[in-house]
Design a protein around this ligand. Structure first.
Ligand SMILES: Cc1ncc(C[n+]2csc(CCOP(=O)(O)OP(=O)(O)O)c2C)c(N)n1
Ligand SMILES: [Mg+2]
Length: 381
């Protein structure tokens, strides 16, 4: 009888990284002096692939403080999405709801590499980005439950969340890509030396407007990083059925690109730092493919198991999970003990339980809110 792994679709076994990623590639380094003192660490060689450029270095500096913080953020995000899942199933959240469970390392790693003056724009799978851009779990869960305390005053819902220098939360597949190029144009025009990270999926990657945005941004050498979150599926269609070339990092043709292990938060951080330096040095756009995986269905109305096997999902969880991977590293490096990690997880659970409780008690938006935030009443829009 075939093992579960050998029955996986070839795309998954070819595209994804093995459990090797979670094993520390450097010897044990337990003698760090303080939580904020950096130590040298080597990422697995398979972390990056490059197209028409040199890949980022696998040698990085990390501190205990930073690694533990990344872990806490990913755990908090996963808990928040788990709470959203159960609120939805209890009919406290209505309408669309797209969870990012499994993809936490991308948003958390990205935010840790940039500043709040850099911009991010994404599609509808946006709860995680809203969290890393500074919204509280309470504001996000209140938005999902349609409360006036939500980040969009309860009027946006799952797909329409915003924060400072976070331009959404966009429901039309691919539409955020040229908008992101426009934000980068503004950054260049204003001479701010910031960059824009534009996220889109493997499904969106085939749209014409993506290539139009590539073209304009290369002509003007805009500080834009096109980040394809390749979670292997666009709704129920696998990437190899929708894309003639699934090496998304090569699809900028005249724009260099890198492929990144999007299940490894440290690799994501290193890649985003590298990409920001690239744009800051005036070399123009870069394409980045984050190889990742969503555990849940496309949205809450999709069980997510009709177009892929349960074995595949289980395999990804047990060999590539971003949280388990970082937990193993933390233990390996002697940064925290098992009990300390369990305590962090308990704290995250308590924070989210409290946020979910508050969100459900908060008031609905007032009827008068129907008429606000529709038009910008000013001379300059
Ligand atoms: C212009 C447009 N076409 C179709 C849809 C319906 N739709 C919503 S999500 C989606 C799949 C997109 O997949 P992908 O870009 O891989 O993103 P993921 O959901 O995997 O994050 C489709 C076809 C839409 N919202 N907008
Ligand atoms: Mg996808």
């Amino acid at each position: 009888m075939l093992s579960a792994v050998s029955r996986l679709p070839s795309l998954v076994s070819k595209t994804h990284f093995s459990l090797g990623l979670v094993k520390a590639a450097t010897p044990f380094l337990r003698n760090f002096a303080t939580a904020s003192e950096p130590i040298s660490y080597t990422l697995p060689e398979t972390s990056f692939k490059a197209y028409e450029c040199e890949p980022p270095s696998c040698n990085i500096e990390i501190t205990k403080e930073e690694v533990v913080d990344l872990y806490k953020q990913m755990v908090l995000m996963r808990r928040m999405e788990t709470a959203a899942d159960s609120l939805y199933k209890n009919k406290k959240i209505r309408g669309f709801c797209h969870l990012c469970t499994g993809q936490e390392a991308v948003s958390v790693g990205m935010e840790s590499a940039i500043t709040r003056e850099d911009a991010i724009i994404t599609a509808y799978r946006c709860h995680g980005y809203t969290l890393v851009r500074g919204a509280t779990p309470h504001q996000i869960l209140a938005e999902l439950t349609g409360r006036s305390t939500g980040i969009s005053k309860g009027k946006g819902g799952s797909m329409h969340m915003f924060a400072k220098n976070f331009y959404g939360g966009n429901g039309i597949v691919g539409a955020q890509v040229p908008v992101g190029a426009g934000i980068a144009f503004t950054q260049k025009y204003m001479g701010t030396n910031n960059a824009t990270f534009v996220l889109y999926g493997d499904g969106a990657a085939n749209q014409g407007q993506v290539f139009e945005a590539y073209n304009m941004s290369k002509l003007w050498d805009l500080p834009v990083i096109y980040v394809c979150e390749n979670n292997l599926y666009g709704m129920g269609t696998s990437a190899n059925r929708s894309s003639a070339n699934t090496q998304y990092y090569t699809r900028g043709q005249y724009i260099p690109g890198i492929q990144v292990n999007g299940m490894d938060v440290l690799a994501v951080k290193q890649a985003c730092k590298w990409a920001k330096d690239w744009t800051a040095s005036g070399k123009g756009p870069i394409v980045m493919e984050m190889v990742t995986y969503r555990y849940g269905g496309h949205s809450m109305s999709d069980p997510g198991t009709t177009y892929r096997t349960r074995e595949e999902i289980q395999h990804m969880r047990s060999t590539n999970d971003p949280i388990t991977g970082l937990r193993l590293r933390i233990l390996d490096l002697g940064f925290l003990t098992d009990t300390e990690i369990k305590n962090l997880e308990k704290e995250a659970r308590a924070k989210i339980d409290e946020a979910a409780k508050l969100a459900q008690e908060d008031p609905l938006p007032d009827d008068s809110e129907l008429w606000t935030d529709i038009y910008q009443i000013s001379q300059y829009v």
